[in-house]
Design a protein around this ligand. Structure first.
Ligand code: MG
Ligand code: ZN
Length: 357
């Protein structure tokens, strides 16, 4: 009898929860992608740093990264899967396997009145950020991707690749001018120090951190954590409805393609500092879901025998990507959706569910 009452009580309270049409708890999503960041890359950072920001994340899952035409994905197909919820062919930017554009989570967030942003350590036209905002059959169509970005309504973007906007080979357009004519405040590393720029919330904001690719972290690039914090302050004031921000540690992948352990560790440290900024914002805010994952693993990295704490014997098995699953870390309201093993496309579904779209 007691058990029955208890069950009925549970059911009715659940029913009541459904009746009250409360606004979704998740207002903001910060998605951080470590390009090429598999479990061994994370382990290497932990054995070097002792404690990293990711260890504060209570929810952990795994995603299957394979693309529509290859067990080993590239960054274009995997980012499109996360952005659009659709597996596509390698090389494809924001299009399905039939070549049709797919609407991305960033575009949907923008249409629903959320502020949106992209902050990366590659050029802004590179595969990962491009897949959230552009729709092109090839990741190499940098000038077309730049034109897609210029035509978008993204509120903020920070990354390299200025030359694809203002010194184009395929046409005479000056997309920096076009952005400025549309009211976007455009800055670049030639004239401005990103660490000293504070964007006006009244205007859309773009900062070019390089003409093509920004420097690697071990050569002194250090803007990602600051840019992450600045973007969070900007986006949280930009719309009352919330925001979607993508932050990419782009060059983890490149150090692994080059099979270079020390540069990898400095990229991991830089990315972890950006994660810490996102985590601190979310902890204070209470309505922000933070998701940290990779698009795939790069290098088939192993921590080989002979390794000691802070002195790792890192070995790579390939200079390409691998098909191993990559971890997903989540913190904040909606984070419980990210337990388990699932397809990379499910991240899109879970983000939509969390935002109540
Ligand atoms: Mg990338
Ligand atoms: Zn790669």
């Amino acid at each position: 009898m007691t058990a029955l009452i208890a069950i009925t009580g549970l059911m009715s309270s659940k029913y009541l929860d459904h009746q009250q049409q409360e606004p979704p708890v998740v207002k903001n999503i910060i998605l951080l992608i470590g390009d090429g960041m598999g479990l061994t890359q994370i382990s290497s950072a932990i054995y070097t740093e002792r404690k990293i920001a990711l260890e504060r994340f209570p929810v952990i899952g795994f995603q299957k990264t394979y693309s529509a035409d290859n067990l080993v994905t590239d960054s274009a197909a995997s980012a499109t899967a996360i952005a659009c919820g659709q597996k596509t062919k390698n090389n494809s930017i924001g299009i399905d396997p039939n070549g049709q554009p797919c609407k991305t989570i960033l575009e949907e967030a923008g249409e629903k009145g959320l502020a949106t942003g992209l902050v990366v350590t590659s050029s802004i036209v590179h595969a990962t950020p491009a897949s959230f905002i552009a729709h092109q059959p090839s990741r190499n169509f940098y000038e077309n991707i730049a034109a897609d970005i210029a035509a978008s309504n993204v509120d903020l973007f920070i990354g390299g690749g200025k030359q694809f906007f203002d010194r184009r080979n395929n046409d005479d357009r000056n997309l920096v001018k076009e952005l400025e004519e549309k009211g976007v405040a455009v800055y670049d590393y030639f004239r401005d120090n990103i660490l000293k720029v504070s964007p006006s919330v009244e205007k859309r904001f773009a900062f070019f951190t390089a003409d093509n690719q920004p420097l690697p972290a071990f050569q002194g690039r250090d803007y990602l954590p600051y840019a992450t914090r600045m973007s969070l302050e900007y986006l949280s004031k930009r719309s009352e409805k919330g925001f979607f921000l993508l932050v990419e540690g782009s060059q983890i992948d490149w150090s692994c393609h080059a099979n270079q352990g020390a540069p990898l560790l400095s990229e991991m440290e830089d990315f972890d500092n950006a994660i810490l900024q996102a985590f601190a914002f979310a902890k204070k805010d209470g309505h922000t879901l933070v998701i940290v994952t990779a698009d795939h693993e790069t290098g088939g990295l192993a921590i080989n025998p002979g390794s000691q704490m802070k002195r790792l014997n890192l070995k790579f098995t390939t200079n390409g990507h691998t098909a191993s699953m990559v971890p997903v870390f989540a913190y904040g309201p909606g984070s419980e959706l990210f337990y388990g093993i699932y397809e990379n496309t499910a991240i899109y579904d879970k983000m939509k569910e969390a935002l109540g779209f």
